[in-house]
Design a protein around this ligand. Structure first.
Ligand code: NI
Length: 178
């Protein structure tokens, strides 16, 4: 296992459209190692998701997991999920505003509207088909990671940059303290 280097906004790979993973690649030891490394990297940096372009690989792979997360205390847990070649179908045109950050855009947060409900079809790490419905924060994480595979970052989805906030100021002025 290895912790991979996360590229930051400005690296061209973050703006490329990721290629589908060829099916015969999925069972190879090198690809399985890559999945393990992505998971380890997500955990190391306390992310709730990580897309392959963020670790310099322009392929359609994303990992996500929401444990009870100190940065998202109200978010329901999402089990560790590996998505290969995902497709997303929006199920409800309703959108919800919520704060997002990104490991490739350190120390910033911004409010992003996201669809509330969607269906995800993808392959899991063994190449088996996955199909599930995600709502609310889960759907938000999926849309954020799926955008990375399309060469987009959350700031592209912000209708206004007026909420763009450094993490310290976010904690100071925006987090609801109980
Ligand atoms: Ni991100």
């Amino acid at each position: 296992m290895a912790i991979l280097k996360v590229c930051r906004l400005g690296h061209p790979v973050l703006r490329r459209i990721a290629e589908p993973v060829p099916l015969d690649t999925i069972p190879t030891p090198a690809f399985q190692q890559f999945i393990d490394d992505m998971i380890e990297t997500m955990h190391e940096y306390d992310g709730v998701g990580l897309a392959a372009p963020q670790v310099h690989v322009a392929q359609q792979v994303a990992v996500l997991e929401v444990a009870k997360h100190p940065r998202y205390p109200e978010a329901p847990a999402v089990p560790l999920t590996v998505l290969i070649n995902p497709r997303v179908t929006i199920l409800s045109e309703d959108t919800v505003d919520g704060w997002e950050g990104c490991l490739s855009i350190p120390d910033l947060r911004g409010v992003v509207p996201r669809y509330r409900e969607l269906r995800v079809e993808a392959l899991d790490r063994h190449g088996n088909p996955l199909s599930f419905v995600a709502t609310d924060f889960h759907a938000r994480v999926i849309q954020h990671e799926y955008d990375h595979l399309q060469g987009k970052v959350y700031m592209d989805r912000m209708p206004s940059l007026a909420t763009l906030t450094h993490l310290l100021e976010w904690q100071r002025y925006w987090v609801k303290h109980e």
